[in-house]
Write a protein that binds this ligand. Structure first.
Ligand SMILES: NC(=O)c1ccc[n+]([C@@H]2O[C@H](COP(=O)([O-])OP(=O)(O)OC[C@H]3O[C@@H](n4cnc5c(N)ncnc54)[C@H](OP(=O)(O)O)[C@@H]3O)[C@@H](O)[C@H]2O)c1
Length: 277
């Protein structure tokens, strides 16, 4: 694959999981990839692995909750490579579980800071860079929690990811005239280390999370990464402001497998298992 040959791509939150897989997929498609996150050791290793496979990548540390970090990340990319063509804003995570009446305000604010404010910081500086070079493609990683609620104690995350959907739509409309496309992924449960950690104590939890999808399984990291490559490429040249469902049909309605869950589709004893992650 070489559809992204010569493109400069940036992936926030690519030290592990979906972001690391997307960085590898973008590089395999020909892009030079700037890997980013807070954990420098892991980020350097992701970039080294890509280079070892013949790709082009480097690591630049940044905490997306700190605007100066994000500004430096984008500026460094443009200084070194002359432009920014593709950005995948993936940094995020679920934070503390708990019903809204019990989640401490600090925990709520942390989840919003990384998922929503972090995406705003990234969009702000990426759009400015892309305006200067005549266009680009931005992909925000939302979640099924960006378009539906759930009773799994993920209220802060749900609110923040709904915000990511709103930012995506506003940014697509504002930046479209400058040739900048902005889309969001409505990502269902994905088999990442982090997802396994969150459902860890529950036997059969991965399988149960899959029952909420029409396909009866959770996604692989590669299935999400491939969609990022598509949205970053000219093949998606008329796609903007879109919410791309990568959820195995989870948001289409109630899947057949839900009848097998405790309570026949309600939240059962495994209510803390985040079918929406
Ligand atoms: N796995 C799923 O089932 C699923 C489903 C829907 C949506 N998602 C979304 O997909 C994204 C990746 O999730 P994942 O499952 O791949 O988990 P992950 O492996 O924990 O990835 C999270 C990434 O975000 C980075 N990150 C976290 N806080 C950050 C901060 N303040 N500044 C910069 N980077 C930060 C982490 O890097 P550092 O720790 O090095 O900073 C890491 O690279 C998240 O946005 C998540 O909400 C995941």
């Amino acid at each position: 694959m070489s559809q992204l040959l010569g493109k400069i791509a940036l992936v926030t939150g690519s030290t592990s999981g979906i972001g690391a897989a997307a960085a590898a997929a973008l590089a395999a498609a020909g892009a030079h990839v700037v890997v980013s996150g807070r954990r420098a050791g892991l980020g350097e290793a992701v970039a080294e692995r890509i280079r070892g496979e013949g790709g082009r990548a480097e690591f630049v540390a940044a905490d997306v909750t700190v605007e100066e970090d994000v500004a430096r990340l984008v500026d460094t990319t443009v200084e070194r490579h002359g432009r920014l063509d593709i950005a995948f804003n993936n940094a995020g995570g679920g934070g503390a579980f708990g019903p809204l009446d019990r989640v401490p305000a600090e925990a709520f604010a942390e989840v919003v800071a990384v998922n929503l404010t972090g995406t705003y910081h990234a969009l702000k500086h990426e759009i400015a860079a892309m305006r200067a070079s005549g266009g680009g493609s931005i992909v925000n990683n939302a979640s099924t929690a960006g378009v539906q609620g759930n009773a799994f104690g993920l209220g802060a995350y749900t609110a923040a990811k709904h915000g990511v959907v709103g930012l995506t739509r506003a940014a697509a409309l504002e930046a479209g005239p400058a040739g900048i496309r902005v889309n969001a992924l409505i990502t269902g449960p994905v088999d990442t280390e982090e997802f396994r950690r969150r459902v860890g104590g529950h036997p059969g939890a991965l399988e149960r999370a899959g029952l909420a999808t029409a396909l009866g399984r959770i996604a692989t990291e590669k299935e999400i990464a491939d969609a990022v490559v598509f949205l970053g490429s000219d093949a998606a040249g008329f796609v903007t402001g879109a919410l791309l469902g990568l959820d195995g049909g989870m948001t289409a309605g109630v899947a057949a497998g839900m009848a097998q869950r405790p309570g026949g589709g309600g939240a059962g004893p495994d209510a803390r298992v985040p079918a929406a992650a």
